[in-house]
Design a protein around this ligand. Structure first.
Ligand code: AMP
Ligand code: MG
Length: 332
């Protein structure tokens, strides 16, 4: 199968519609990462998305809809706090988990009684979803466990010859996946951190929990239990307070003939004065936006990425830390 990369326009939207309504999958841009979308009503199409990615079949997908889609066709029991959050932050990088009406294929939620719904703000994504006027089940458009894609080229590297079409909407501005928020209880609970932070949710909903799975408990968001975001090369992760040790490690590995790079934010790179650096940028939003592209660059140029955690750990950096720890297989 030939894989085409096309800008989002009338012609490519028509082709995307043809593929998706025939039960195929199309990669498309969002403000977080690229998604691999299929018709959420079509079980075979949804199962095919799992197959293309090599995704475990107990890790549910998020349904994407355009901003005027009538959600009462898909879910029920939308609490008042969820409505307030939707008014404040949607369209945007916030996925809300509700009780499912069972209208979409049960393959989307892997048999769970809930459905995760997202309304992306990216114009290309909105255009596609409006053109289709269907709920589109979409995980990130990468091979399972690999680093998520933030450009059309990243998608192509992972899925070439496996899908027909990648809609190219440029680099994703957000860079890490959406915040996943459980809205089935009395208060919102973050299942996966992202660009809509606990502080932002608390400001609107009055309170916001963060779910931490207990040992032996069945996880509430099955995706959380999997290894994720891993580059093909070796990785090590150092806490910010041990940045000097990371520098020593770089020197030691380089002396031993290992092609190692430090990965850190720009200010830390200046402080340590390293030249072999995968620079994540200056601001928190830069760091989130560049993280996956730098992990992918790292696996191309390095045998070992020595990552230094950001100094700050709250807000957007809590989402970055979550990805960084999983990418580096670290318990930091
Ligand atoms: P990805 O598509 O790779 O960004 O992963 C989607 C994430 O959403 C995974 O972490 C899933 O576990 C989570 N998710 C999707 N549907 C549900 C659901 N119904 N309940 C809880 N978590 C969900
Ligand atoms: Mg993913």
């Amino acid at each position: 199968m030939q894989t085409q990369i096309l800008p989002v326009d009338g012609q490519s939207l028509e082709l995307a519609k043809k593929i998706i309504t025939n039960g195929g999958a199309v990669a498309f841009p969002t403000e977080t990462v690229y998604g691999l979308g299929a018709n959420a009503f079509n079980t075979a199409a949804v199962e095919n998305v799992f197959k293309i990615k090599g995704r475990p079949n107990d890790n549910p997908l998020i349904v994407h809809v355009h901003k005027d889609y009538d959600l009462s066709k898909l879910v029920y029991d939308v609490p008042e706090y969820a409505q307030k959050l939707a008014n404040a932050y949607l369209p945007g990088p916030l996925t809300m988990v509700y009780k499912s009406l069972g209208a979409v294929s049960s393959a989307v939620s892997c048999g769970l009684e809930t459905l995760a719904v997202r309304i992306p703000s990216h114009t290309g994504a909105q255009n596609l979803l409006r053109y289709l006027d269907l709920p589109v089940a979409a995980p990130s458009a990468n091979i399972s466990k690999h680093v998520s894609p933030t450009t059309a080229r990243h998608v192509y590297e992972d899925l070439k010859c496996k899908i027909e079409l990648v809609l190219d909407g440029g680099s994703c501005a957000g860079g890490i996946e959406s915040t996943v928020l459980d809205c089935t209880g009395d208060k919102p609970v973050i299942l996966r951190s992202g660009l809509i932070t606990q502080e932002m949710i608390t400001a609107v909903a009055g309170e916001c929990g963060v779910y931490v799975p207990k040992d032996g408990e069945r996880v509430r968001s099955p995706g959380m239990k999997y290894k994720h975001y891993a580059p093909a090369c070796r990785t090590e992760l150092f806490a910010y307070c041990f940045k000097e040790d990371a520098l020593e490690e770089l020197k030691r590995q380089t002396a031993a003939g290992v092609n190692a790079f430090i990965m850190c934010d720009s200010a830390t790179a200046r402080l340590l004065n390293v030249d072999k650096v995968l620079d994540l940028g200056e601001t928190e939003n830069d760091i989130a936006a560049n993280l996956y592209a730098k992990l992918r660059e790292g696996e191309q140029v390095a045998e070992l990425i020595i990552a230094i955690a950001p100094e700050k750990q709250d807000g957007v950096m809590s989402g970055v830390m979550n990805r960084l720890k999983k990418a580096c297989g670290s318990k930091l």
